[in-house]
Design a protein around this ligand. Structure first.
Ligand SMILES: [Zn+2]
Length: 99
């Protein structure tokens, strides 16, 4: 497969990943938790399959372990990690990530 074709595929896949994450957020806000998780799962499968690099705001938008969308104050808690001198976000499932 040539490079130009690969680039076209990757750009179209990253567009659809952005759409899926947006849909996951809107369905979570409507109270449909299982549908939101399904959208996040579809987005994560596309990211893994095509090895695409997402911008930071999309990377830090859902949990890789439990596929819950991350809304500050409701589904994640932000704490200051004094040991590593950084901010750390913790999901409801216990997964934590350095930001
Ligand atoms: Zn989680």
């Amino acid at each position: 497969m040539d490079i130009v074709r690969k680039k076209i595929i990757k750009s179209s896949v990253s567009d659809s990943v952005a759409k899926l994450i947006k849909a996951a957020f809107s369905s979570y806000r409507q109270g449909n938790n299982s549908r939101s998780k399904r959208y996040a799962k579809m987005a994560f499968e596309l990211i893994k399959k095509h090895k695409i690099h997402l911008p930071e705001e999309l990377k830090n938008s859902f949990c890789k372990k439990c596929l819950l969308v991350w809304l500050p104050g409701t589904t994640i808690t932000t704490i200051y990690d004094s040991k590593n001198n950084c901010l750390r976000i913790r999901c409801h499932c216990g997964y934590s990530k350095r930001v």
